[in-house]
Ligand binder design. Sequence first.
Ligand code: SF4
Length: 475
Amino acid sequence: MTTFLGMPARAPRGVGHLRGDEPFPVAAREALANSQLRRNLHHATSTIRGKSGRVIAELPDWQQLRAAGSALKAYTMAHLPRLLEQLEEKVTAAGGLVHWAADANEANRIVTDLVRQTGERRVIKVKSMATQEIGLNEALEAAGITPVETDLAELIVQLGDDKPSHILVPAIHRNRSEIREIFLRAMPGVDPSLTDNPPDLAGAARRYLRETFLSTRVAVSGANFAIAETGTLAVVESEGNGRMCLTLPDTLVTVMGIEKLVPAWSDLEVFLQLLPRASTGERMNPYTSMWHGVTPGDGPQSFHLVLLDNGRSAVLADEVGRQALHCIRCSACLNVCPVYERTGGHAYGSVYPGPIGAVLSPQLTGVADNPTLPYASSLCGACFDACPVKIDIPSILVHLRNQAPHPRGEAAVMAAAAYTMDRPKLYASAQRAAKLARIAGRRGRGLPPPLNGWSASRDLPEPPKETFRDWWRGR
Ligand code: SF4
């Protein structure tokens, strides 16, 4: 074990997908140069935004639902240890086995051992952000076990040896001709005359997946919700692949972040209204699968639940940042974010892109390992307005920016500014100096060296013609 009471650990380095190879500004610059990517992103995010806006407008109590979702999550976080133990008790009583994983390494080891014990060499997977976070596919492959993603977009990403770039639409950066090429290159048994007609592409994936579903005995899933009161797990999805994975195999292993808990069965009423409208713009999910331990003669006869920490306890310890654990992964904040819409998900370097990624990834890893992500935002506040559980992402961003290491020059300038603003006479002299600089012709030319780097990509606000003090004196 690497976690001890009072010393919550961060997600370990060298495993999983929470840290990028490059800082956000460098990766974003590369993404911005790809005009095809920007077109794909604009089309997809604006389409989902429009659809979601229309179905949300149908509900007169949307704001009350948001408030209820937010309150339920806050209650869950305040009582997390007790609720997790209640969940363990209920799952165990229903014939399941609960495993506690302090971090990614431990979770990968547990899942790999469980699959090995079955003697199988292949697993089918339902789309799961938690297993991507910990790099489970890589761990399984290293153990000689083949994971097969069954969500269509995840399958495209896996066959393309690529990374997901959106929570809900992981292959948002791919167009149909690229998908056809990937299928022809990497999908076993694909018809060489396959066209890039979307129904044909879906048909090819369906044939391959149907064969895989029927011949694989172990499945790995995530969970959208776990109900402490009953020990019930829930997965919501649109393609039916989740239903196949959760019912056909003999063994089911579910990997779930500890924050996915809700206290009671009736709480699902709130979240099952919020999630589909905010994420896919649907009134309800096409498939909502719920299961409860093991039922003799029906569905998997061996069920394991792996409860994953991987930095979450550390996030919970932060009074401002803990709100990020309320996230229900709807992706609404991505679809309204002007930064995400231009850079796409890869620039964030983490499995969690967009505004939620900018606040969750640095907290799971520690801000020092992801210092540029809290700056991947214009602080416009659109994410806060869109979030169905009212996570105040802009406030967390500012909070995390304060924790990020600042260059020495910037810290010195800020200290000097604070010193000056604290002293009225000195502040008045500084204002006069700024006015002189304006008269001396620095208008529109930015700051003089050595501060010119700061104003190279920013408009320097013009000093006003008249200061407040001058105006006041004049009256
Ligand atoms: S932060 Fe809110 S809007 Fe963004 S994915 Fe999570 S629940 Fe959805």
